[in-house]
Design a protein around this ligand. Structure first.
Ligand code: CIR
Length: 263
C-alpha cells in the first residue's frame, strides 16, 4: 500500500463505496423480503456514508453503475490488505464485471494489485481479516481454487489465509464478524467451528442473525438498525455502536460490511 500501515490493530483511513443503481431492484437474492425501494435505499446509503465519516474515514463515492445491479456491494470485488490489494473474480456471472472500476479506483492507493484468475472464484465477503490472518469461507461464490490462489498471494506478502467450510450461508461474513480484541460475534452455525475456538465467541441469537454482519471501524462498531440484542452485546464489549438502517439492501441479501471497502 502506498501509505504503509504498521499497527497490529488495523486503523482505517479510507473507504470506497458505490451509490446503488436503479437496477438494484434486479439484484441477486435468496431473501423473500420484497423488492427494494430505490429512494429509500439511496437515503440509507447516504446515512451509511455519514457513519463511515463519523468513524474518521475519508469516503470515496463511486457513481451508480446501471450495468451491474449488485454493484453497490463493493466489498465482494477486492481484498484490501496493508501490503497489497487483490482483485477478486466474483462467483456470480452477473457480478464479474464490477471489478474493472474497482481496480481503476484502487490503483490510486496501491502499487501492488494482484488478481484472482479463473477457474478460481472469490467474493471478498467471504474473507474476514484478523490481524495478519485472513479466514476464507468456501461458499457457492468462493471455490477452493480461488481460496488457494488467495492464500498463495497472502503468503507471498507475509500474511496467512485459512479456509473455512460454509454450509449454505451466502458469505462467511453473513454470519460472522471480528470486532478486534480477540472477539468474534457469530451466529450459532460457527460456534463449533474448530478454527474459531481460540477466540472469545459471542453468539447472536437466531432472531437477530442478520446483525452478525456488523463492522468494526476504528473502535466503533456499525450495527444494522433493529437488532437491540446484538447492539447491547457489542456495547457490553465497551464499544460505541452506530446503528444504520439497511432494510433495502437486506432485501437483496446485502449487509453492512458489503457496502464498503475499508482500508
Ligand atoms: C449478491 O447476491 O451478490 C448480492 N445480492 C448481495 C451481496 C452481499 N455481499 C456480501 O454479503 N458480502
Amino acid at each position: 500500500m502506498k501509505q504503509h500501515q504498521t499497527r497490529s490493530t488495523p486503523w482505517f483511513t479510507r473507504a470506497i463505496v458505490r451509490t446503488p443503481c436503479k437496477r438494484m431492484v434486479e439484484g441477486l437474492r435468496t431473501a423473500d423480503l420484497g423488492i427494494p425501494d430505490y429512494g429509500r435505499a439511496l437515503k440509507q446509503h447516504e446515512e451509511y456514508i455519514s457513519a463511515l465519516q463519523r468513524c474518521g474515514l475519508e469516503v470515496i463515492v463511486l457513481p451508480a453503475d446501471e450495468t451491474f445491479p449488485d454493484s453497490t456491494f463493493v466489498e465482494d470485488t477486492a481484498l484490501l490488505t496493508p501490503h497489497c490489494a487483490v482483485i477478486t473474480n466474483p462467483g456470480a456471472d452477473s457480478r464479474k464485471g464490477e471489478t474493472v472500476a474497482i481496480r481503476e479506483t484502487i490503483a490510486d492507493f496501491y502499487e501492488t494489485i494482484e488478481v484472482i484468475r479463473p477457474p478460481g472464484t472469490v467474493d471478498a465477503g467471504d474473507i474476514m481479516m484478523v490481524g495478519n490472518c485472513y479466514y476464507i469461507g468456501l461458499s457457492d461464490r468462493t471455490n477452493r481454487e480461488g481460496a488457494d490462489q488467495m492464500i498463495r498471494i497472502l503468503n507471498r506478502y507475509g500474511m496467512e489465509g485459512r479456509p473455512v467450510h460454509l454450509n449454505g450461508m451466502l458469505h462467511l461474513k453473513t454470519g460472522l464478524s471480528y470486532i478486534e480484541k480477540n472477539c468474534l460475534i457469530m451466529t450459532r452455525h460457527f460456534l463449533d467451528e474448530p478454527e474459531f475456538k481460540r477466540f472469545r465467541r459471542l453468539e447472536i441469537s437466531s432472531a437477530e442473525a442478520y446483525a452478525a454482519n456488523s463492522v468494526w471501524i476504528n473502535d466503533r462498531v456499525l450495527v444494522p438498525q433493529g437488532f437491540p440484542g446484538a447492539r447491547a452485546l457489542i456495547e457490553s464489549e465497551g464499544y460505541e455502536t452506530l446503528c444504520i438502517d439497511t432494510s433495502e439492501f437486506r432485501r437483496i441479501d446485502g449487509g453492512l460490511s458489503c457496502l464498503s471497502l475499508r482500508f
